[in-house]
Ligand binder design. Structure first.
Ligand SMILES: *Cc1c(COP(=O)(O)O)cnc(C)c1O
Length: 375
């Protein structure tokens, strides 16, 4: 079977291998069969191993949904009654966590920080000092909207010093940047199958501390479908998801995990970083300004400011590239014109080279002057 290969430079879902795509084509099976339960266990083990989590202390809990379901579940399930969440908010994804707190009426502090730099750790510590009832500190590891990397290990150390757990949204770093869950002071991290592990959409998972999940059995139940303890408990007893799993996605995920371990943690990160360097370098050669300085960038996303050129039209450039098999993506910052090129997925330097040929042709086609100009 010939499947057209598209290069997705958007922040996930990412370019997949044909072997992962085709792993979804399997004989029909009822997910309650023992054979399927075995596959679920294999996947759980793999998900723990990716962040070097000790299976005695940590569990991987799977859900059917996109990555945002994890934010929802962690926040609504892991906050004890009469306690507060501290949300470190320096981007669109942490703002989403704040909105979730608002929807559930969870007591929280929205610690707003500038979106173009790492948070002020002294401000985090002050919030913890002034609010001894904070039980959960929340931070986004990588704000995918800008490419900013947050210092999770330092924030986790602070959370622990003040008796709180650290929940971190690692959706856009997990299985790309190496994470060591305990060394990085993380109690809960999360991702979805279509990002770092390069599988397909529809499966999300949380890797977290068993003792905390078990304690959360006594916390207020704020959602029926999206409760972490309920899903964990069912997994422990039956080895599978409480409700119907995304069957074909599970097969693709199993294949993607095999490919992850075959490539290896360090080699895979080296590849993503090499692609990022090529993307960022290519943009800078054309004169584009990148929003986040290299030193605090995730090494996975280059967000370029729109040039001040009347001929620049993101939509047209996007369509030109899309018709030729390359997807670029708008930014996620209010009132700032930006687009993003991301190094997720099964791509490498030759793909970036091929992309820039098309991208430069698009700029020429629409009369955007190169190097691009800013006022
Ligand atoms: C992709 C992503 C999510 C999840 O987004 P969905 O559209 O629900 O898959 C959450 N957090 C971060 C940081 C992400 O990059």
């Amino acid at each position: 079977m010939e499947i057209k290969r598209n290069i997705l430079l958007n922040p996930g879902p990412a370019t997949t291998t044909d072997t992962v795509k085709l792993a979804q084509v399997v004989p029909d099976i009822c997910p309650r069969e023992k054979e399927f339960v075995g596959i679920m266990r294999e996947i759980e083990d793999g998900l723990l191993q990716i962040v070097h989590a000790d299976p005695e202390k940590f569990a991987a809990v799977l859900f059917c949904g996109s990555g945002t379901i994890n934010l929802d579940i962690c926040l609504n399930s892991l906050l004890p009654a009469d306690k507060k969440a501290l949300i470190i908010n320096n981007g669109a994804y942490s703002s989403r966590a704040v909105e979730i707190c608002e929807y559930y009426g969870l007591d929280h502090i929205n610690l707003k920080q500038p979106i173009d730099r790492q948070p002020d750790l002294a401000a985090v510590e002050q919030a913890l000092q002034e609010n001894p009832d904070v039980a959960l500190v929340y931070v986004t590891h990588h704000e995918t909207g800008t490419g900013l990397l947050n210092p999770v290990r330092e924030i986790g150390a602070l959370a622990h010093r003040y008796g709180a757990i650290l929940v971190t949204d690692t959706t856009s770093t997990y299985a790309m940047r190496p994470i060591d869950i305990e060394a990085d002071n993380i109690d809960f991290c999360m991702a979805s199958a279509q990002k770092g592990i390069m599988a397909v959409t529809g499966l999300s998972f949380i890797v977290g501390r068993r003792s905390v999940i078990e304690a959360s059995a006594a916390y207020p139940k704020r959602s029926y479908y999206c409760n972490l303890y309920m899903q964990y408990d069912y997994f422990m007893k039956h080895g599978e998801m409480h409700f119907t799993p995304p069957v074909q996605v599970i097969y693709a995920t199993r294949q993607a995990l095999k490919e992850y371990f075959a490539e290896g943690e360090q080699a895979k990160w080296d590849r993503h970083f090499r692609v990022y360097r090529a993307l960022r370098g290519g943009l800078e050669r054309l004169g584009f300004r990148i929003y986040i300085p290299d030193e605090i960038s995730s090494g996975l996303v280059a967000a370029a400011l729109y040039p001040d050129d009347a001929n620049w039209d993101f939509g047209k450039v996007h369509d030109y590239c899309y018709e030729r098999g390359f997807t670029i993506y708008p930014g996620k910052v209010e009132k700032k014109g930006m687009f993003r090129l991301c190094s997720l997925g099964a791509i490498d330097e030759p793909d970036v080279k091929a992309f820039f040929e098309v991208f430069e042709a698009a700029l020429a086609e629409y009369g955007v002057s190169v190097p691009v100009r800013y006022e």
